[in-house]
Design a protein. Structure first.
Length: 136
């Protein structure tokens, strides 16, 4: 059971077209505690076909006794093509989150695809989309 806990948010403007962008973040909690923090960024009013949304995760244990050594960056891209909207794993090392002091490693797509981490990240994506009302 995944519970999404929204916290902060900010706004900005798209580098390519100047449209308004939004970023929201929060924590992802499960029975055993926090399992990730998330950062969702998208361009307001733009199609996912031209402006895919980014979901960056600081994935791993948080809280007492946990450190950056317990966490890595995992990045997803929410995009749309002729088959409809979909989500894929991308290289976290190309994302701003890669330089965060809260992680010890930024995962590449190849390191994540086909692993339990990928399945978990997709489940987290679904939970964030469903539960964070700022995304609708
Ligand atoms: Zn743009």
């Amino acid at each position: 059971m995944i519970e999404v806990e929204p916290t902060g948010e900010s706004g900005g403007h798209c580098d390519c077209c100047g449209q308004q962008t939004r970023a929201v973040w929060g924590y992802v909690n499960e029975d055993q505690g926090t399992v990730a923090s998330y950062f969702m960024q998208w361009t307001v009013g733009a199609s996912l076909e031209t402006h895919p949304a980014n979901l960056d995760l600081i994935y791993g244990r948080w809280g007492d006794g946990a450190s950056s050594a317990d966490r890595c960056a995992v990045s997803l891209l929410h995009f749309e093509n002729e088959n409809g909207p979909s989500v894929m794993v991308i290289d976290a090392k190309n994302r701003p989150i890669a330089t965060s002091s809260l992680i010890s490693k930024a995962m590449t797509r190849d390191e994540v695809i086909g692993t339990d981490v990928a399945q978990h990240a997709f489940a987290i994506f679904d939970a964030v989309i469903t539960q964070d009302k700022r995304l609708t």
